[in-house]
Every structure is written in structure tokens, then in C-alpha cells.
Design a protein around this ligand. Sequence first.
Ligand SMILES: Nc1nc2c(c(=O)[nH]1)N[C@H]1C(S)=C(S)[C@@H](COP(=O)(O)OP(=O)(O)OC[C@H]3O[C@@H](n4cnc5c(=O)[nH]c(N)nc54)[C@H](O)[C@@H]3O)O[C@H]1N2
Ligand SMILES: Nc1nc2c(c(=O)[nH]1)N[C@H]1C(S)=C(S)[C@@H](COP(=O)(O)OP(=O)(O)OC[C@H]3O[C@@H](n4cnc5c(=O)[nH]c(N)nc54)[C@H](O)[C@@H]3O)O[C@H]1N2
Ligand code: SF4
Ligand SMILES: [Mo]
Length: 726
Amino acid sequence: MGLLADSPIPSGFTGTRLGVCNLCEAICGLRVTFTDGEVTGIRGNPDDPLSRGHVCPKGVALADVHADPDRLRRPVRRIGSGPQARWEEMTWEEALDLVADRLAAASTEHGRDAVGVYLGNPNVHSLGSATHGSAFVRSLRTRNRFSASSVDQVPHQFLAWQMFGHQLMLPVPDIDRTDLFLVFGANPMASNGSIMTVPDFPTRVRELHARGGRMVVVDPRRTETAKVADEHLFVRPGSDAALLLAMVHVLLREDLVTAPAYVDHLDALPGLVADFTPELAERVSGVPAADVERLARELAAAERAAVYGRLGVSTHGFGSICQWAVTLLNVLTGNLDREGGVMFPEPAIDTVGRRIVSPGHHDRWRSRVRDLPEFAGELPVSVLREEIETPGEGQIKALVTIAGNPVLSTPDGRALARALDSLDFMVAIDLYLNETTRHADVVLPVTTALERDQYDLVFHGLAIRNTARFTPALLPKEPGTRHDWEVFGALATRLAARLGPRAPWRARLQQRVRMAASPRLLLPLLLRGNRYGLTWRALRRRPEGVDLGPLRPCLPERLQTEDKRIDLTPRLVVDDIARLRASLDTGPTTQPDELLLIGRRHSRDCNSWLHNTARLTRGRPRHQLLAHPEDLRARGISDGDVVTVTSRVGSVDVECAASEDVMPGVVSLPHGYGHALPGTRLTHAATVPGVSINDLTDPERLDVSGNAALNGTPVRLSPAPAAPAG
Ligand SMILES: Nc1nc2c(c(=O)[nH]1)N[C@H]1C(S)=C(S)[C@@H](COP(=O)(O)OP(=O)(O)OC[C@H]3O[C@@H](n4cnc5c(=O)[nH]c(N)nc54)[C@H](O)[C@@H]3O)O[C@H]1N2
Ligand SMILES: Nc1nc2c(c(=O)[nH]1)N[C@H]1C(S)=C(S)[C@@H](COP(=O)(O)OP(=O)(O)OC[C@H]3O[C@@H](n4cnc5c(=O)[nH]c(N)nc54)[C@H](O)[C@@H]3O)O[C@H]1N2
Ligand code: SF4
Ligand SMILES: [Mo]
């Protein structure tokens, strides 16, 4: 049968083919059933050595995105603006020329930094973006580069760059072999894991329990993950730095340390954490001092333990300190690079060791208005709006967004939306006319996941098991549509012609050849010399994925630091302890009636962009503000009322739901909602209730790495004057 075929299905095909889901980091292998050329079923592939048959409701929605009549299939140009705006289709040649002309004009008239670029999350899930996207971004020659990373995982990268020598040298929990799994600020039951590619998390937790292991979750909300854990501890949002450092304090004070030989400055740690006592942690975080001590002791006593801190402690005012403390807990208990601890995946295509991705750098330039340093070539997206709105040399006049929806996903999105209208020119490379792309002058749509070849250059490197998998495109590209890599190539070539040569001719030629080659042609080159001797041919013969075995210890050899040692006191993070101490004196809130806002994810949401399919939005509404019944009662608010939530930057009206699952003093909204805006073309999503949490989050609240502190935003709650529309 056609399960193993290597080219798209023929028209009218009936049968099953292997596919892959690229919607989240779990990268599940799929079995896709076709009837007369239409997708009629999507199931998990039990033969996939990593995902083992797992699939979630979102995977099934891949077909809905492909079939969605609202999805753009041709380039469009906006005629007029505001509510009167309409969209007109263009030919590809016309659209690409116009975009290249306008971007080049901004660059030559106002200087190269006049073009800004924002890369959204789906870029890391696309092979074509990995192979061709960065060359396009480089061809813009701007320092005003932004991405969703700075509302997500920059603290992880910032720390990995300083301690392990490469921003993507990120340890992942060896969840299949650990005895104690300590989770801070992550909800893998809903998110399916992040910086931990772990398809089938629920089964793996059951297996952990079956072998006598334990999972402990520290989170301001009793999440889906907390509910399947052995223990859950509430923690005040934004306070984990003090809590985690207190655990380090206990390890050092009680002499529970078994650090490896390749670490430096161990002796400096006791002085750095001396004042972070369990008592201080209790006062700040609400976690009892006795529990802080017990957790530290249990961690030291466990034969194999993994400490994991993710989005909740990374989109945080002290995200870098949190990630540092998490790393210290693993290192000091001997759990870094140990089976059952946290380990470094060794992917077949080693983007780290082969420097396919740069190791990272810091403060080579700064943002113009707020003077914030770049990290790894990007500025914090929290400064994007001011860089567009503040006049002067280097002001952003033209913007490119690629697979991103920053109006819903970055702090003070409403103000960013206004700023987008003041640009001279904006182009979006995207599938939809949504809250962000409706501001563009031109939208260039690309093919969907089912039409593209896929190899996960990023996520094999973050996976809990070493595997490799090449999945050929299932569906042929519709006539007149383009793959993302083709759009990147066409734009890069046009820009080079308009902006004039910069590199020597040989390099330019090589670049042109590379941009013209499909990702599939580049993969054999990338595979060359891999440590497994895995050939391109062998990879293609096994579309279910090639198993390369469990994670293996690899330090200190694989460290990317020059001296193959780990500095336990990374300066840029250690220097931030002074700011942490100062914040402990003032506290997270300034007013007695303030509550702390946190986000949440649901298994049927995918950031902001999968709400246009009824399959994922039916069922009980899930957009509400969750609040503790006591906090509602104290404000005269009843369950189900519409409330006004106000922060420093804005306010929204939204239904509330009383829930004892959130800690008193904490309220929670999901992100990625708030769709019914004029000019969008999201017929179904526009009927989905909810508001954008990022109309409340504050671009002034940042970690030292430049990452936005989305969680723990102080807000006030009051009964709303009238019911909201819709
Ligand atoms: N308050 C709060 N804010 C958050 C978060 C939070 O937890 N709380 N989470 C943050 C995180 S972790 C992230 S990653 C960001 C996400 O932030 P973004 O990446 O800005 O937002 P997405 O919702 O992922 O938007 C993806 C966009 O890509 C388009 N798209 C989908 N597939 C493709 C494709 O294959 N090609 C192209 N060209 N376009 C495509 C979609 O139509 C959509 O417009 O949000 C962040 N924002
Ligand atoms: N279904 C679904 N899956 C997804 C996504 C999605 O939108 N939907 N998005 C994908 C993306 S882009 C990413 S980055 C990952 C993220 O994956 P995760 O890191 O698992 O992210 P969340 O589910 O947002 O979990 C963050 C947790 O941190 C908690 N938290 C908030 N503030 C604090 C705090 O101050 N301290 C502590 N200890 N906890 C806190 C929140 O209550 C929440 O439970 O998920 C990915 N997977
Ligand atoms: S868990 Fe993630 S990768 Fe797997 S089917 Fe769901 S969305 Fe797709
Ligand atoms: Mo993310």
C-alpha cells in the first residue's frame, strides 16, 4: 500500500499515508487517511519511535486548516484603510516586486534599520523556514529583528549560552527514566511539553508512577498536570526565583552537593544565595519553608531526578535567575547529564555542534529608544511599538511579519496594533487575515503543513529520545500557491538586486543556489557526517522515524564552552540578583486590592491561530477569567458575571468563572483570544468569545534577558458596567 510513498498523493487517491503534525513541539507522527483525494481521518502512528501513536485534537485539525475557505491562497493587497478596507488579489510576480520595492525603498531612504522584522512561532515548526527563512531575514540587513522568543524562552537560551556555550544547548528531562520529576511553571498535559519534545506525556506520567516515581508541580494554578501529579504546591506568580534559590541554599547549607568535576565557581555560590533562606521563600512565594527544605532534600536523596522550569518561570520578571537556579539544582545534585536526570539530546543533524545555529551573543547593539541590549541578534519584542512610533534616525518605517500574530501575542498588543497603522509599509507572510495581518499592505500566503516536506531541525534537538524522521509532503501544492521557502528565496533575491551587492560574488552565487534549492535537496548535505552514520537513503526508507536510542551522557565533551567547563556563576545573571533583592523589599503589587494575572493553555488551543475551526472550539467555553471565589466575593462579583480587568496598560471586559484551582490573589486568562476585530477574515473565530490577555500585559515588565514578564501582571477587578457585545 501507499504508506511509504515519497511523493504527494495522486488525485483521487484513497488509502493511508504517513504524515506529521507540526503544530506543537511534540511533533507527533500521523497516519492520514484519504478518500478520493480528501483527508478523511488523522490518527497517531503507533510505529513512530518517538510519538508511539499519540495524537491530540489539534493534529486532526491540520486538515481543517488546509480546507479552510478563509485561508489565503493568493497574495492580497489592502485597498483603503479602517473599516472600509477591502482586499484585492495580486499575481505573485506583482506582489513580490511590490514588497521588494517598498522594503528596499524604506532601507535606502531611511537607513537599513528602518525595516523591522518579526518572526512568529510557526517558523520553528517549518523546515522551509529553518533552511531559507534566516537568509531572507539577513537580506533585510536590519538590526531591528524581533521574534516570539522574547515572549517565551529567551531566558533558557540566555542561560545556555552563558553556561553551556550555545544558546540551543538546552538540557531536557529524561522523563522515561527519572524517579522524581519536579515541574515549575509548565503544564505539559495541555501543552504537550516545551523545550522537552515529549509526545504522549500522559502515558509517560503513568509509566513514571508505575515504576514508583513521583511528579511534583509548583504552579499558581492547580493545572491538568498538577491534577495528575503526586503533589502540587501553589506559588505566588513571579516569586519562583526566591523559592528556587532557597532550594539551592538548602542543598549548600546541608552539604547535599555532588557536583561534577567540570564546573567552576562552586565556592562562590554559598555567598550568593546566603540570604535566600526557606523563610524568605515562604514570605515571598507562599510555599511553606518546611516544604522548601523537604523538596531540596528529596531532590538530593533521589537516585535520579529532573528539575524542569518552563514558560511560567521564564515569562517572568526574573526568568533568567529562575533558569539559572533550575540548572544549579540539577548540577548540584548530580542530575545534569545523568540518565534519569536532565540530558542533552544528540540529534542526527546537530545544529549546535556544527554551528548551523550561532552560539549566541549579547549587547552587540541596543534598541534605539529604551537602550536594551540585543541577544542572539534579536531585540525584545516588548520594544517593537516604541521603535515604530518614536521619530528619529533608525525608526522602523516598514515591517515584515512572518508567521506571527504579535497583536495578540505580545504585551500591550492593542497599542502595537495602532502603531502598525502608522507604518509606511507592512507585509505579512501568513495564512490568514487576522488581528495582525489586517494591518498589512500586502499579505503573502504560503502552503500548509500537509503540502510541505518536514524534518524537525529544531525539535529532534530538544526531544526526550534521539530519533530522526523525514516526512514527505502528503498533498500536492495547489496550483498558484507557493511554499514558504520559495517566498523567502524570491524575496531575498529581489532584495539583493535592489539593495546592491554586499558579499563577494562567489558567496552571492552560492547563496542564490542555496535559496533556489528545496529543503529536501539540502537535507542530505545537513545529514553528512552525522554521529549515527544515518544516510539520507535510510532516513527516507523509514518515514515513521528512525530510532537512535535513549539520551546518553555526553559531558564535558559536548560542552560548547571554550574550556569545556561550566561556569556556575554566569555574570549577567548573577548581576541581576541585586534587582531581585530590591524587588523583594517592595513586593510584586503596589496596591492592596491588586491581583496577579497569569496565562493558561488548553489542549484544543494553539496560541492565537487555530480558532477558525469548529472542531477545536466547540464544547464548554474556556475563555473566562478564572478567579478564586474569595477574591470574587470580596469584590461583590458572582461566578459568571462580566468583570472589568484593569492593568497599567489597559482594560478588558470578560466573563469570570469562580475556581478553587487558582490560588487566592491570582487570576488567569488564556492567551490567543480576542478575534472579532474589523478587517479580519476569520468567520468562525470571530464568533468565539474572549479577550486578549495581552491587552493587559505590560511591555515595561522585563527579565534581564529582555524576555517579557507576561505572568504576574498586577491587575484590578471590578464588576463591569454593562454586558459586552457578542
Ligand atoms: N500573555 C501571554 N502571551 C503569550 C504567551 C503566553 O503564555 N501568555 N505565550 C507566548 C508564546 S510561548 C508564543 S510562542 C507566542 C506566539 O506568538 P506568535 O507566533 O506571534 O503567534 P501565533 O498565535 O503562534 O501566530 C502564528 C501565526 O502564523 C500563521 N501561520 C500558521 N502556520 C503558518 C505557516 O506555516 N506559515 C506562515 N507563514 N504562517 C503561518 C498563523 O496564521 C498566525 O498568524 O505567544 C506568546 N504570547
Ligand atoms: N494546547 C496547546 N499546546 C501548546 C501551545 C498552545 O497554545 N496550546 N503552545 C505551545 C507553545 S508556543 C509553548 S511555548 C508551550 C508552552 O508550554 P508550557 O511551558 O507547558 O506552558 P503553559 O501551558 O503556558 O504552562 C505554564 C504554566 O506556568 C504557570 N505559571 C504562570 N506563572 C507562574 C509563576 O510565576 N510560577 C510558576 N511556578 N508557574 C507559573 C501557569 O499557571 C501554567 O500552568 O506550549 C506549546 N504547546
Ligand atoms: S500533541 Fe502537538 S504534535 Fe501531537 S498531534 Fe497534538 S498538536 Fe500535533
Ligand atoms: Mo512558545
